[in-house]
Design a protein around this ligand. Structure first.
Ligand code: PTJ
Length: 260
């Protein structure tokens, strides 16, 4: 991994970019994953590279849904394995969820590389290595799921996902939660709960919330879900972007170091 000087004003952005490149070199991340990462970076700029209130609201609802679930599953793809391997395992543990490797551009080599990385970070049970079931309507490789994982899951977290697969999972009757920086993507619009945030910020925060909310009563968790409105969340993200851009345009950004 290329060493980035900590003093660089864009240190974290460059650091995660290197992590994605390293993920590809390790055989985990798809080439298209590099492009997806760049798209994510662009949307992260628009929201201000921090967790915004609608994302926090969506995370609380997502954690509530997970804590109420019977068979919760956290899905792992090549970008997630490169960016947040340790945080994924911590989140699954805090949510009492199973981990499943589930790839859009599935190859056995990539599955093996991701499983190895997850084990290195302490994962014990990893599903999706020998999947025997298929998501109806999706052709061969990208539809493969584990019988004990996504196949029987009632709630699935599919971060950085393709919209077509999100829709297929919804059609199967799954409650689908996604993390996607692009509020306009098909995944963002198809999911039941959409967390518009960078996965590198969202996962640690969701783990914190899971630990905090695990003693909530069933009624409290149901109450959080009842109040939650994903359509409003997505609208609020767009309004946040609009208002932020309007303010910045008014204040001027020319040679200003910080963009709050
Ligand atoms: O590893 P695989 O084979 O399962 O493939 C993974 C990718 C991401 C390549 C695949 O699922 C794909 O092509 O996804 P899309 O359709 O490009 O969608 C990915 C979405 O994630 C885009 O809307 C990006 O804006 C968003 N995104 C990218 N990086 C991040 C992100 N969202 C949250 N956090 C990020 N770090």
């Amino acid at each position: 991994m290329v060493e980035i000087p900590k003093s660089h004003p864009r240190y974290w952005s460059l650091y995660y970019r290197e992590r994605i490149i390293e993920g590809m070199e390790k055989g985990m991340t798809a080439k298209a994953g590099l492009i997806a990462h760049g798209r994510g970076e662009a949307f992260d700029y628009l929201i201000g590279e921090k967790t915004i209130e609608p994302a926090e609201r969506a995370m609380r609802a997502a954690v509530a849904k997970f804590l109420l679930a019977k068979h919760p599953v956290v899905s792992v793809n090549g970008n997630v394995a490169a960016l947040v391997p340790k945080e994924t395992i911590e989140l699954a543990k805090a949510l009492n969820a199973k981990l499943e490797i589930n790839l859009f551009y599935r190859t056995e080599e990539r599955v093996k590389a991701i499983a190895e990385e997850l084990r290195k970070h302490g994962a014990e049970e990893i599903l999706g290595i020998n999947p025997t079931k298929r998501i109806p309507g999706l052709e061969h490789e990208r539809g493969k799921v584990d019988e004990n994982g996504i196949w029987k899951a009632d709630v699935v977290l599919v971060p950085l996902e393709d919209g077509d697969r999100t829709e297929a999972l919804v059609r199967m009757g799954k409650f689908v939660i996604t993390v996607d920086l692009n509020p306009l993507s098909r995944s963002a619009r198809m999911a039941d709960i959409t967390i518009v945030d960078n996965v590198v910020r969202a996962y640690p925060r969701m783990t914190e919330l899971a630990r905090e909310m695990k003693d909530y009563s069933r009624e409290e968790l149901l109450g959080i879900l009842e109040e939650y409105d994903n359509g409003k969340t997505l609208s609020d993200v767009l309004l946040h972007m609009r208002d932020r851009l309007t303010r910045l345009a008014g204040e001027g950004i020319w040679r200003r170091k910080e963009l709050e």
